[in-house]
Design a protein around this ligand. Structure first.
Ligand code: NAD
Length: 289
């Protein structure tokens, strides 16, 4: 397939490279020259604008920072320029309302479009092992799946337009809450005189178990290797966790849900970010307890 890829940052760079490895012709665009250079080295053809990149393609994939940028890229440069039989796939994490609005504008212009945010960070993007949560029609999902399978280990149809974004922020709200709870429990366990490795062995097979405990333990030297073993570098940046918690709280308000734990998690990550920790792994919040 001929695939336009817009947004070649930390995530998009590796994803576009995996589409090349799958044998697709990837037409790449990013505002940053550095990202374009890396994309060329990975076998993509690069272009000077979104409009040029989407000419004659079978699919458009985007991986952009936020909803405002997604809306502007699609409404100004993709819709009306890409062929109407191209499948439009936005993989960015954005608010549900903007995802639905852009998908409706695309549908009005005759395109099938899906939201397909991802679970898995930069390592999964590079390895082609992302999980995609897809919102859109059955037909849109099937067409998007053929593209997304080349970049992930699982492609799941979450429901209609915006359902992928809804699944993503509900999942990440749980992750933020679980991580803070895990940090509190491990801190308390140590203060109560428990060996954290022993507590890990117990919690991992008990009812306090979660991904934050077993796969992403916030203490160095406990459980599998995690960002805690690397000075909290790499991994999932606290600033991105805060972005997702903000999106989750916007959605909670729209949906009329009083998500008190989610709100508190957002407040704690806001304080953590404001103290200059936005670029560190989100499990470093254990240091503030
Ligand atoms: P990033 O900032 O590294 O990459 C975004 C890229 O978009 C940059 O290269 C930037 O130059 C480019 N860009 C911005 N505006 C543009 C425009 N108008 N046209 C073309 N290119 C433009 O961010 P990232 O970490 O790759 O994240 C991308 C998306 O993936 C975000 O929505 C993020 O929330 C989501 N996400 C990130 C992770 C992660 O671990 N990094 C995990 C899951 C989801």
């Amino acid at each position: 397939m001929k695939i336009a890829f817009i947004g070649l940052g930390n995530m998009g760079g590796g994803m576009a490279a995996n589409l090349v490895k799958e044998g697709h012709a990837v037409r790449a665009f990013d505002l940053a020259n550095e990202a374009l250079d890396a994309a060329r080295n990975n076998g993509c053809e690069t272009f000077a604008s979104v409009r040029e990149a989407v000419e004659g393609v079978d699919a458009v994939v985007s991986m952009l920072p936020n909803g405002g940028i997604v809306k502007s890229v699609f409404t100004s440069d993709v819709i009306g320029t890409a062929p109407t039989d191209a499948i439009l796939i936005d993989c960015s994490t954005i608010d549900v309302a903007t995802a639905r609005e852009v998908e409706q504008l695309a549908a009005d212009a005759g395109y099938a479009m899906v939201d397909a945010p991802v679970s898995g960070g930069i390592a999964a993007a590079n390895a082609g092992t992302l999980t995609f949560m897809v919102g859109g029609s059955d037909e849109g999902f099937e067409r998007a799946k053929a593209v997304l399978e080349g970049m992930g280990k699982a492609v799941i149809h979450a429901g209609g337009a915006g359902a992928g974004q809804a699944a993503k922020i509900c999942n990440n709200m749980m992750l933020g809450i679980h991580m803070i709870g895990t940090c509190e429990a491990f801190t308390m366990a140590q203060r109560l005189g428990l060996d954290p490795k022993v507590f890990y062995d117990i919690a991992s097979v008990s009812s306090g178990q979660s991904w934050s405990v077993t796969s992403y333990c916030p203490l160095p030297g406990v459980g599998p290797t995690t960002p805690a073993d690397n000075g909290y570098k790499g991994g999932f940046a606290a600033g991105l966790m805060l972005k997702d918690l903000r999106l989750a709280m916007e959605a909670a308000e729209t949906a009329g849900v009083d998500a008190q734990m989610g709100r508190h998690a957002r407040e704690l990550y806001e304080a953590f970010d404001a103290a200059g920790n936005g670029g560190r792994d989100f499990s470093a919040i254990i240091e503030t307890l």
